[in-house]
Design a protein. Sequence first.
Length: 344
Amino acid sequence: MSNKHMTLGEFIISKQKDFKYSSGELSRLINSIRLAAKVVNHEIRKAGLVDITGAAGDINVQGEAQQKLDVLANDLFKQTLINREIVCGIASEEEDDFVVVEGQNKANENKYVLLMDPLDGSSNIDVNVSVGTIFSIYRRISPVGTPATKEDFLQKGSEQVAAGYVAYGTSTMLVFTTGNGVNGFTLNPAIGTFYLSHPNMQYPEIGRIYSVSEGYFTHFQEGMKRFLIHCKELNEADNRPYTARYIGSLVSDFHRNMIKGGVYIYPATAITPKGKLRLLYECNPMAFICEQAGGKASDGFTRILDIKPTELHQRVPFYCGSNQLVEKAEEFMTEFSTEEKPTY
């Protein structure tokens, strides 16, 4: 069967032997995410036609106004996973604390926990800009048959067994890795099936794009300012500056840069000295995907996947993308930044 005709379900079955914990449970979990993503995609496509855009009126644990679609996507993913009893615990950017999933008739025997940003970039829905879902999967470290604990979620990103995202854009794509490369699947809306469209995704060796919100330039650390100045200068490779591209939806910016080559940065600032992106729900899964696609991810000094989390909603600076550009940014941060390096 050619790649372009392979469905996500067929791909999961064909690759299950490559996964060292091959028991079928992870495959069922990926399938559950696929189902929830299709439902969320269906709801997103109604934006502008029914009352699902705008603020929900609540403030999440990060102090941010929840959008109606944040709440909807969170509930859809959570209920899909709970109803299928496929994980022992769920942590979400939209939840104050993690959720313990109980078995119907016995203590939970499931081996995995899932962490998610159910709708990244949701504030862009009102203006019809692409958004996404990000997910991360770990094997539990608490004893099987007991309730999930916070320690199950506070694992280093290097312990992830799978991570991925769904991009709801001009087409809907599910991109994920189980530690054996990155593959992308595009949804055929006519029949509701994901097909392998982007096998073995890799960052181009030379990246040309930098993605950062330059409106905060005056608040950046000196090393970050110097890096941006470097990006605007004529570079030796083609005698032109790098190209600035910033959408404001992490999934969209990341996806473009992985395909075309570039770096996404959400640095520490004087306003947000610890960064703004969440380590567990955004940085770890994207860093895992990035490295599996031949890229690099750090906080400007330290490999993201080596950071030991201390809390569920911990924030960190995030530099992610083509090796060449991330390493150049790290050089400037090390040489010119006078602020203390982040400690964890």
